[in-house]
Design a protein around this ligand. Structure first.
Ligand SMILES: Cc1ncc(COP(=O)(O)O)c(C=O)c1O
Length: 405
């Protein structure tokens, strides 16, 4: 036991457990996994090497790992309502390698790809200059319009002009429903592949709280640790015709041996995602985000696009005299964890004017709309320094104890 073998490390574990229990986690890409997922992650599957794919491994002793991977694929199909015409690669270590592998499978280095700009809500792997995706490919980026909604007219115009090989849709800081149908039509009209990155909204897609990208996309990528509430990891789902390309791009293209404990834990999380309880949870995540955004707007905070359709939203602090960084720090001192973020129109990525907030973790704790009103008051107290920070922190901890992990 860690407690006996390495007491100092055990102390770190205890401190992190305490921190998670006594703070309000509003980071929309985080969640709290079940004890079953943790058991799977900490299991003996971590000991095994399995380069290759089921029944085609470069190592012996993999009959059970094969079974795990095949089971995970079947569960992923069930969760997203797919038939056998969709292939699932269970092995991506995380979202970033999954996106790199997808791009490698669908385009050659130097080809043109399109993605949403980071400061408009896209992810680094959607073509940012500092990322592999931006260095290996010729990137054309799109963004949002003045109201904070994806500018589909711009997407269409840029696609016609630049004839990309791949269009990436999906985002990391975008609170509105993504029109996958429209993206699909645009991609089709220029003979581009559509790569839908549903990392943030995968749980909402599974529960029907967000429209599905599957009828329109060639490849769908998701992380497994956000709304899907599984272990850190990724999944690549593709039409069967792309199976060989995708599998080859993941291994040996980008990765080596799969992390079998992670694959096993993904399968456990996917099993959980097939339940009615999981669907109800996602409904509450969306309702809670709407309630929290509403309550903050009532307290005179501006929200990008004026609200949310999903699990997250962006506070827009421009004109308040408080930067995103200051707000993040004030919140953290009060025990509220939310990250600073650029809002559309920000000129400097170093001084963002926004804070990103989401409800997946709070909802996992059991909070409903009434608690969201309380959370909104605590956020307002902290950002506007309406009360002494110790008093706010006290109330935060009391709320956390009420909805204990
Ligand atoms: C939309 C999107 N894609 C990809 C990723 C990358 O995932 P990871 O951090 O697991 O590499 C993220 C993570 O935040 C994301 O939000």
């Amino acid at each position: 036991m860690l407690k006996k073998s390495f007491p100092q490390m055990y102390r770190l574990l205890q401190e992190e457990e305490r921190r998670q229990n006594l703070t309000l986690d509003l980071i929309p890409s985080e969640n709290i996994v079940s004890a079953d997922v943790r058991e799977a992650l900490g299991s003996v599957f971590t000991n095994k090497y399995s380069e290759g794919y089921p029944h085609k491994r470069y190592y012996p002793g993999n009959a059970i790992c094969d079974e795990v991977e095949i089971l995970g694929q079947a569960l992923a199909r069930k969760v997203f309502g797919l038939d056998e015409s969709w292939h699932i690669n269970m092995q991506p270590y995380s979202g970033s390698p999954a996106n790199i592998a997808a791009l490698m499978a669908l385009a050659e280095f130097g080809d043109t790809i399109m993605g949403m700009r980071l400061d408009q809500g896209g992810h680094l792997t959607h073509g940012h200059a500092v990322n592999f995706s931006g260095r290996a490919f010729n990137v054309v980026s799109y963004g949002v319009n003045g109201r904070g909604f994806i500018d589909y007219g711009e997407v269409e115009r840029l696609a016609r002009e630049h004839q990309p090989k791949v269009i990436i849709c999906g985002a990391t800081a975008y609170s509105r429903t993504i029109d996958f149908k429209r993206f699909g039509a645009i991609a089709k009209s220029v003979h581009a592949y559509l790569l839908a990155d549903v990392s943030h909204i995968a749980g909402l897609v599974a529960s029907g709280d967000h429209p599905s990208p599957f009828p329109y996309a060639d490849v769908v990528m998701t992380t497994t640790h956000k709304t899907l509430r599984g272990p850190r990891g990724g999944l690549l789902l593709c039409r069967d015709a792309l199976k060989a390309q995708i599998d080859k791009a993941v291994f040996p293209g980008v990765q080596g041996g799969p992390h079998n404990n992670e694959t096993f834990a993904k399968a456990v999380a996917l099993k959980e995602a097939t339940t009615a309880r999981f669907k109800t949870y996602q409904h509450h995540v969306v309702r809670n985000a709407a309630a929290l955004a509403q309550a903050l707007m009532q307290n005179n905070f501006a929200i990008v696009s004026g609200g949310t359709d999903t699990h997250l939203f962006l506070l827009d602090l421009r004109g308040t005299g408080i930067t995103g960084t200051q707000a993040e720090q004030r919140l953290e001192r009060a025990g509220i964890i939310a990250n600073r973020n650029t809002v559309p129109g920000d000129t400097s990525p170093f001084y963002p004017s926004g804070v990103r907030m989401g409800t997946p973790a709070l909802t996992t704790r059991g909070m409903k709309e009434r608690a969201m009103k309380q959370v909104a008051e605590l956020i307002t107290d902290a950002i506007r320094e309406r009360r002494p920070v110790a008093a706010i922190r006290n109330d935060v901890e009391a709320l956390c104890r009420k909805f204990s992990l």
